[in-house]
Structure formats: structure tokens, C-alpha cells
Design a protein around this ligand. Structure first.
Ligand code: ATP
Ligand code: MG
Length: 251
């Protein structure tokens, strides 16, 4: 089943077109990574998909439900109630963790669940379950500043997973981490992939993307320049792609 579909997404900032008609779809259970040079529009695409930014043009749908469509040159978003339902289908993990510093780890994970209507008891049960899965059972009472970057990122993954999304978006989940901590976060994402969690991952970690992805999308200057299986992209004869992958994978 197609969980996410984006058609002809366009977005400008200050008169400059940053996304120039991007179309992509993600099926249930697929892991898709988005790669490309800095400034190519990867984060903007993710933000449009998650509705943190409004599109200037295009169609966005989740599991067949239309979140936004275009009419007479304008993008119309679904009703507040419909979008609330649609937002439940996805979760987000950012580069900088975005944890509340004045909340304990436990509260960081329970609060969004309770806002979504769960009882405190159920939210805590789920939180402990997620913490255990991510190897953080002993950190429930800690505050974010008492954790390493890798642990904080795992808490933010636990927080997202506790809401039981159908799709998880990651925007450079390891770029704020040193290599050792990067490894522990990549392991968590690998485990999620093995469990067939549907994920869209913006990353500069080429070897990780190659290993974990079913499909890779290479963006440049606001367009998708290449798309395919990791094997297809890594064996591509496209000079631009070759130089980008070669440079970032350190070959
Ligand atoms: N809110 C904004 N206002 C104005 N310009 C923006 C805004 N967000 C992004 N841009 C511009 O859009 C372009 C694409 O940015 P984006 O963050 O999507 O790139 P990226 O591919 O994620 O890059 P990186 O790999 O460095 O994270 C950049 O030129 C950026 O300056
Ligand atoms: Mg970015």
C-alpha cells in the first residue's frame, strides 16, 4: 500500500524556487533515503511532507487520504480535523533531537501521547516499553542535559515511536553526533528497518543509506536527479552522481 504520495511539489522562499516539482511515493514497509548536496532542498521536501511548511503547488496524500491538493493554481489543505487524523500517521526525528529540556525523559515521551488523548497510565506503559526497546530503561527519570547526544537522539526516536506512526521521517538524525554515537543511533534505525518500519531518511551517511535503503533518491537544485535501488545509484554512470557519492563515501 502507498503510505505517502507527493506529486509535483513546489516551494519557493523569497521568490526563489527551492522545490521545482518533486514527485515521490513510499510504500508500506519501504525504507527510502534522500541524499544530495547541501541546499538541494531535502529538508524543505521533508518539511512540506510533514506539513511544517505549506507547499506552493502540488498534491500530498497519506494512505490514500488527501492532505493537500491544487485547485486553480492554489494549494488547498484538508480541514483541521482531517489533518489532525493524517498527522497521526507520521512521526519526525530531527537532527537536534528537539526534546523539552525541562521535562524528564519519561515526560518527554508521555506528554505527546497524552496530548493525543491517551491516559497517563497507558502513556507511561508505552513509554517504558519504548525505552526498554531502545536500551534506555534506566534513563526514564533523567533530564535531556544528563544524556549523551546519542542517548538524546534515541529518546527522540522513542518519543516518535510511542505515537505508533505508520511512517517515520528522519532529517539527518546523526549529523550532530560523533562517530561512536552515530553508530548507536544508526543501529536503532537498522533495527527499525528490520522490523519493516516505513521510513524516509535524509542522510549524508552514504554507506548506511546504501545498506538500509530499499530505494534512494538523489536531489539536486530542487529536483530529483536520480532514483533507484542502492545498487542502481551506486553503479550509475551519471558523472554528477558518481562524484557526489564518491566524495561523500570517502572512496
Ligand atoms: N525558511 C526558509 N526561508 C528562506 N529560505 C529557506 C528556508 N528554508 C530553506 N531555505 C533555503 O532553501 C534551500 C534549501 O534548503 P534545505 O534546508 O531544504 O536544504 P538541504 O538539502 O536540507 O541542505 P542540508 O544538506 O545542508 O541540510 C537553501 O538555499 C535554504 O537557504
Ligand atoms: Mg537539511
Amino acid at each position: 500500500m502507498e503510505l505517502l504520495k507527493i506529486e509535483n511539489c513546489r516551494k519557493s522562499f523569497d521568490g526563489e524556487e527551492i522545490l521545482k516539482g518533486i514527485s515521490m511515493s513510499v510504500n508500506e514497509g519501504e525504507v527510502v533515503s534522500v541524499i544530495g548536496p547541501s541546499g538541494s532542498g531535502k529538508s524543505t521536501l521533508l518539511r512540506c511532507a510533514c506539513m511544517l511548511e505549506t507547499m506552493d503547488g502540488g498534491v500530498l496524500s497519506y494512505a490514500g487520504k488527501t492532505a493537500a491538493h491544487e485547485k486553480n493554481g492554489h494549494v488547498l489543505y484538508a480541514s483541521h480535523a482531517e489533518l489532525k487524523e493524517i498527522r497521526k500517521t507520521f512521526g519526525l526525528v530531527f537532527q537536534n533531537f528537539n526534546l523539552f529540556p525541562h521535562y524528564s525523559v519519561l515526560k518527554n515521551i508521555t506528554e505527546p501521547q497524552m496530548l493525543a488523548g491517551k491516559s497517563k497510565e497507558d502513556a507511561e506503559k508505552k513509554a517504558f516499553e519504548m525505552l526498554e526497546k531502545l536500551g534506555l530503561s534506566d534513563k526514564a527519570k533523567s533530564y535531556p542535559c544528563q544524556l549523551s547526544g546519542g542517548q538524546q537522539q534515541r529518546v527522540s526516536i522513542a518519543r516518535a515511536m510511542a505515537l505508533e506512526p505508520k511512517i517515520l521521517f528522519f532529517d539527518e538524525p546523526t549529523s550532530a553526533l560523533d562517530p561512536e554515537l552515530t553508530g548507536e543511533v544508526l543501529k536503532v534505525i537498522r533495527d527499525l528497518a528490520a522490523m519493516h518500519m516505513t521510513m524516509i531518511i535524509v542522510t549524508h551517511e552514504m554507506s548506511f543509506a546504501r545498506e538500509v535503503s530499499d530505494r534512494m533518491i538523489f536531489m539536486e537544485n530542487g529536483v530529483i536527479r536520480a532514483e533507484g535501488t542502492p545498487e542502481e545509484l551506486f553503479s550509475s554512470e551519471d558523472e554528477r552522481l558518481k562524484s557526489f557519492m564518491g566524495r561523500l563515501s570517502g572512496n
